[in-house]
Design a protein around this ligand. Structure first.
Ligand code: SAH
Length: 387
């Protein structure tokens, strides 16, 4: 096994418990796609890591010992992770959730989600993809009850994003339950599955009645999961806005899965900023507005980034929010800290009085690395504006 030295600041970072390795941690890193021994600048053994380029970072620190990545290593990690999800496993009302979450569960670069009796593996780099047979044999011993699995390729280099991995094939579309609400999912069509599982607590707050009797505007709605949760929680009406045409039929499927009539629930294929204009022109107003944009988006005319532009969404929302209305401000941008996100929010709400009613971070199935705050990437604030 090769050994590589890290800079002194990287040694400090690793000792603090941060696992994601960055190119700047090394001096001229010539290696990739392999297990390595990490050494300090002075040559002291720090632990085992693997190197592989991914979207963010060049590898992962795995632990202070001399590790061997055999099937029993993964069995140990998977069994421990399984133990942490007992409440979900026993739940009758939630059948889709995360069962392995990267460095939070002891191995960065891999996540696994359950959708009823099917598993979905996400490989974040070439190295973890290369050892998938070992991971899968461990998985099948720890999860004999899982009947089939799919994979998502979340790194560059292969010419497909999604494939069947083992066992039975899932129906092309089927429904899962979350907080007692049905959602229609698909496991083998690109990287998406029809629902972002990390938002289940926020949807739960809507199911529990946050929008009961109210009108809701769901911006960047994708498959309108927030609107469906709100409808099941008694929302009077909703409008879901997304630029992508395909979002329409996927949204309808979620509503239909719960036997909800579409009549009080509108689906609009439009740019959100165009919709803000439209709503103002037609004097529309909403009691609850959900703002959950992608971290970064580019369309023909402009780019949008959470770090720089989120405040505009709040300022625009204020103009069409009912008196005393609620804004659910959400981002999954890992480069935006909670305090920075709050600053963006408060910039957008300048001059108005408001209260933070609730905040949400990653739910407990998305076990994050407690020593690396940025791995708890989800930040959601429920805000009530006083008028
Ligand atoms: N809130 C959703 C997830 C949003 S994913 C949920 O809870 O499921 C981001 C979505 O934003 C994508 O569906 C994308 O099509 C949409 N989007 C990106 N830029 C947009 C824009 N300018 N206007 C409207 N929708 C946009």
């Amino acid at each position: 096994m090769n050994s590589v030295r890290v800079h002194r600041f990287a040694e400090k970072k690793i000792k603090q418990g941060i696992c994601l390795l960055d190119g700047t941690d090394f001096q001229g890193l010539g290696l990739t796609n392999q297990l390595v021994e990490l050494l300090s600048e002075g040559g002291t053994f720090l632990g085992t890591a693997y190197l592989s380029n991914q979207n963010k970072g060049v590898g992962w620190f795995l632990g202070p010992g001399h590790l061997k990545l055999d099937s029993s290593f993964f069995e140990g990690l998977l069994a421990k992770a399984k133990g942490k999800r007992q409440v979900y496993r026993e739940s009758q009302t939630t059948t889709a959730y995360r069962i392995f979450n990267q460095d939070g569960d002891g191995f960065g670069g891999l996540s696994i989600d359950l959708y009823n009796e099917f598993a979905v593996f996400s490989w974040y780099n070439d190295y973890v993809y290369g050892i998938k047979d070992t991971v899968l044999s461990a998985f099948r011993r720890v999860y004999p009850e899982i009947v089939g699995a799919y994979e998502k390729i979340r790194f560059k280099g292969l010419d497909w994003e999604s494939a069947h991995l083992f066992g039975q094939e899932a129906p092309e579309t089927f429904t899962i339950l979350e907080n007692g609400v049905a959602y229609q999912v698909f496991l083998n069509d690109g990287l998406m599955t029809g629902i972002f599982l990390d938002q289940h607590e926020v949807r739960g707050s809507l199911v529990d009645g946050l929008a009961a009797g109210k009108s809701l505007l769901n911006m960047f709605s994708y498959t309108a999961a927030f609107s469906v949760a709100a409808a099941m929680g008694g929302a009077r009406q909703s409008v879901s806005v997304d630029l992508a045409k395909r979002s329409r039929e996927l949204s309808e499927a979620h509503f239909q899965a719960n036997g909800l009539s579409m009549e009080p629930h509108k689906l609009v294929v439009m740019d959100v900023f165009a919709y803000f204009k439209y709503a103002k022109r037609h004097s529309l107003s909403f009691d609850v507005i959900v703002l959950d944009p992608p971290s970064f988006a580019r369309n023909k005319k402009q780019t949008f980034s959470v770090a720089k532009d989120y405040h505009k969404l709040l300022a625009q929302s204020l103009e069409i929010l009912s008196p005393g209305g609620i804004i659910i401000a959400s981002t999954n941008a890992s480069n935006v800290s909670p305090s920075r996100f709050k600053k963006e929010i408060e910039k957008g709400l300048a001059g108005v009085h408001f209260d933070y009613l609730a905040s949400h971070r990653l739910p407990s199935d998305f076990v994050y690395n407690k020593n690396d705050e940025s791995s708890n990437y989800l930040k959601v604030f429920t805000i009530q504006v006083q008028k």
